[in-house]
Design a protein around this ligand. Structure first.
Ligand SMILES: [Zn+2]
Length: 397
């Protein structure tokens, strides 16, 4: 039982939490809570608990059922009263969240009062206002720096799950919004206490959820060294090169592309390089994977038409102890894809990370070949969520 948590998070890539009104004037607790809740639900589903789908039908606390329940523990009592494991910790109608989160200060703006920077994809789109460059924005108002995270239990809440989630995010994933575009990698010094997962049953649940279940996730981490004798190496990175010059490879400069050398230099000095667009670009448009077309890349990389929501997320590169790192992780549900396809796809994805073609596309003439330092995934016939979580933390108990 842990009922207080006070921890300083350091951003490794900028954090974006745009709230309900999407304003970026500060960090929004709701955005951070949403992220923590999302992971908690994924953990609960993979461990054999039940988490409702709040976007479909959230739980509602039934006080009478709670009073009349003969369950011997609080968790089962609340379940009988209509409150799922996710809502028990994070709240629902009639049942308030069990802890308070406050964050301070708000960090600083990544690029001060400068404009957003477009990292172009190389593709152009015809619009009524003429030709426009496709790509991904680096938001100048995203936040960097140190952020103090204070969690206080309000009703005997066990905060160890939140510890675990922050540790998981810090080691493999990202916090806040726009993780698919590279934001939200944080560093937090947490050794998670996983004893709380023993509260779930010993019979692993089937891998049939169409909602996020952490057993359907893979996690990869990479490392590379700066090449010696070439201080401008980072300007060869695909997307960054074009943004530094303000020109696509055909020398055109469609809006909103503009020359942003100064801003990118500033980011490089802060140890942040937006390489996610280049990696996504290669995987989406250049990768010869020869896979069954039923496994549609639009579903995997996200497409406005797709409601499946399966996703591959790629972080920016960030500098830690004078080496560069980045991570790629994603959700590929066994329930949605044909199982063999899904497992074969993951295998070939892992193999692609060891191929020169990808890194040549991303790093250009700098000839950088990152090392895959960690790879974690379960095949669809593996169901033991507890073992997976233990493995993700290097066997920590
Ligand atoms: Zn619920």
């Amino acid at each position: 039982m842990t009922d207080e948590l006070s921890i300083t998070l350091k951003t490794l890539t900028p954090l974006w939490t745009g709230g309900v009104d999407q304003s970026a004037d500060r960090l929004h607790e709701t955005g951070l809570l949403g992220s923590l809740r999302w992971w908690y639900e994924a953990l609960v589903r993979g461990l054999g608990g039940y988490a409702c789908d709040p976007t479909e039908h959230a739980c509602q606390f039934d006080e009478e059922k709670y009073r009349k329940s003969k369950a011997t523990n609080e968790r089962d009592r609340l379940r009988e009263a209509g409150v799922c494991d996710g809502c028990q910790l994070f709240g629902c109608t009639g049942w308030t969240r069990k802890f308070r989160l406050s964050v301070s200060p708000d960090g600083q703006k990544l690029l001060g009062d400068q404009q957003n920077v477009l990292i172009p994809s190389g593709r152009k789109h015809q619009t009524r206002r003429g030709e426009r460059a496709g790509g991904w924005f680096v938001f100048s108002e995203s936040r960097i720096g140190e952020i103090a995270f204070e969690l206080t239990s309000l009703r005997d809440a066990d905060l160890r799950p939140i510890h675990t989630i922050l540790a998981l995010i810090s080691r493999y994933a990202s916090l806040g919004a726009k993780g698919a575009s590279g934001y939200g990698v944080i560093q937090a010094d947490i050794k998670p206490d996983l004893a709380w997962i023993q509260g779930f049953g010993n019979q692993p649940p089937a891998r049939n959820s169409t909602l996020p279940d952490f057993r359907d996730f893979f996690f990869a981490r990479f490392k590379f060294q700066e090449p010696t004798g070439n201080t401008n190496w980072w300007q060869n990175i695909n997307g960054i090169r074009q943004a530094v010059n303000g020109q696509l490879d055909d020398h055109s400069s469609p809006n909103p592309l503009r020359q942003a050398k100064k801003e990118l230099e500033q980011m490089k000095q802060q140890g942040i390089l937006p390489i996610a667009p280049a990696i996504r670009n290669w995987l989406r448009y250049h990768w010869q994977h020869n896979l069954n077309p039923n496994l549609a890349l639009d579903d995997i990389f996200g497409d406005a038409r797709s409601a499946i929501g399966s996703k591959i997320l790629v972080s920016y590169a960030y500098c830690v102890n004078s080496a560069w790192e980045f991570r790629i992780w994603g959700w590929l549900p066994c329930s949605i894809f044909n199982q063999n396809n899904r497992d074969t796809f993951l295998q070939s994805l892992c193999a692609a990370f060891g191929q020169n073609a990808l890194w040549k596309f991303v790093f250009g003439e700098s000839q950088i070949t990152p090392t895959l330092t960690e790879w974690h995934a379960l095949t669809c016939d593996q169901t033991d969520g507890k073992a997976y979580l233990n493995a993700l933390f290097g066997g920590a108990k």
